[in-house]
Design a protein around this ligand. Structure first.
Ligand code: FE2
Ligand code: FE2
Length: 382
């Protein structure tokens, strides 16, 4: 028998997961596929917006229920400790000693496959079926795997769409319609169990405070900030709150802010005013006590010397989130992708140049000059 094993957090399971599984089963003529939602995944650095593992299992059961020959296993959920794929495969090898095993994975996972625990042990138990996606080149990764282990990955002819679980979770938190990505039954399950609604306190208030355009920008800043935070190792909850609130006062008039007890110092340039008032409102209205979150809001326009990692993450996410389309933004995205610190400095440089071009209307804050000099000096010394 040919058996496919399809693992993942399924947090939440989305339509692309189902497409990958169904397509792989059909193309490689698999007799069955066992879907295995993970318990504690060693590839996730922090829980953040994650639903409990048993919800991942239930959602997977709903999403795959209509597909013949696809079953959902609770093996990893019930097993204590982290779910390493090589151990899971060893378990299923014992259950099916005479069958051919195939491990099905998305292109993103395959790109990082060599950093998984014991990739050689995985490949000794099974063949890999990889589902790439449009515009995502996996030939280097495939060559490296083949050179190191002498085993060629099988490629699915299905080209998936780019769907990010993080983005879906953020959309759910912000009340955005996600029916395009999720099965109806899964959506009903999420609503019934109130999943991915950890930040209502902030979002209900924010919705009333922001214009529609600013609300959309905020959502995409949160998504980008979470991606960066996961990469550089920032706390995901703090990142969510800081990114969600970073522009919270953008639409509030000076009069309204005065009513709320905020008085702006005279030497703060107009472009930076909303970050100063934003930090104040985050503390007073949103009850944020964490200094790092407040500073990330406070310095998201000007920057400053000696920024924390979270401050940099919010600064960069605000500059390059997906809806930004100013000239040069693509170069910034690429630079950040390659090297976060270098990309951060480029964001700062471009922002400063833009402000200087626009000098009469929006004077550059002294803090921005000092911050830029500080980081340029650090770069020179490095
Ligand atoms: Fe802002
Ligand atoms: Fe912003």
């Amino acid at each position: 028998m040919k058996i496919g094993i399809f693992g993942g957090a399924f947090d939440p399971v989305h339509k692309e997961h189902v497409n990958i599984c169904v397509w792989a089963k059909r193309q490689f003529d698999l007799d069955k596929v066992i879907v295995i939602p993970s318990g504690v995944s060693p590839h996730k650095s922090s829980v953040g917006l994650t639903a409990d593992a048993h919800h991942g299992l239930e959602m997977a059961k709903i999403a795959f229920s209509a597909h013949e020959g696809v079953t959902v296993s609770d093996y990893e959920i019930k097993k204590p400790g982290p779910s390493y794929t090589y151990l899971t495969l060893r378990h299923f090898r014992q259950l099916y000693p005479n069958d051919k095993l195939f491990f099905i994975m998305g292109g993103d996972s395959f790109a990082g496959f060599l950093s998984w625990k014991k990739p050689g042990a995985i490949l000794s138990e099974c063949s890999l079926i990889v589902c790439g996606r449009e515009g995502f080149d996996l030939s280097d990764a495939a060559q490296e795997v083949e050179e190191r282990f002498g085993k060629r990955a099988l490629f699915c002819s299905y080209r998936g769409k780019k769907v990010s679980s993080t983005a879906i979770k953020v959309f759910l938190e912000f009340g955005v319609d996600v029916s395009e990505y999720l099965d109806e039954g899964v959506l009903r399950y999420i609503k019934r169990h109130n999943l991915y609604s950890n930040y209502r306190f902030y979002i209900d208030r924010l919705k009333r405070m922001l214009s529609e355009k600013r609300y959309v920008h905020t959502i995409f800043t949160v998504i980008k900030a979470l991606e960066l935070a996961r990469r550089v190792g920032c706390d995901l909850k703090k990142t969510f709150i800081a990114a969600a609130l970073h522009d919270c006062t953008k639409k509030l008039s000076d009069e309204k802010l005065r009513e709320l007890g905020f008085v702006l110092a005279v030497d703060v340039p107009e472009a930076a005013a909303h970050s100063v008032s934003g930090s104040f409102i985050a503390r007073t209205i949103f009850k944020v006590k964490d200094r790092d979150i407040l500073n990330s809001i406070r310095y998201h326009t000007t920057g400053r010397p000696g920024m924390s990692l979270l401050e940099k993450v919010i600064y960069v996410a605000d500059c390059i989130e997906e809806t930004r389309n100013y000239e040069g933004v693509e170069e910034l995205r690429k630079a950040v992708e390659e090297d976060f610190e270098k990309g951060f400095l480029m964001c700062m440089e471009l922002t400063m140049n833009q402000l200087m071009e626009d000098d009469c209307k929006r004077p550059v804050s002294d803090l921005t000059f000092k911050a830029f000099e500080y980081y340029k000096e650090l770069e020179r010394k490095a």
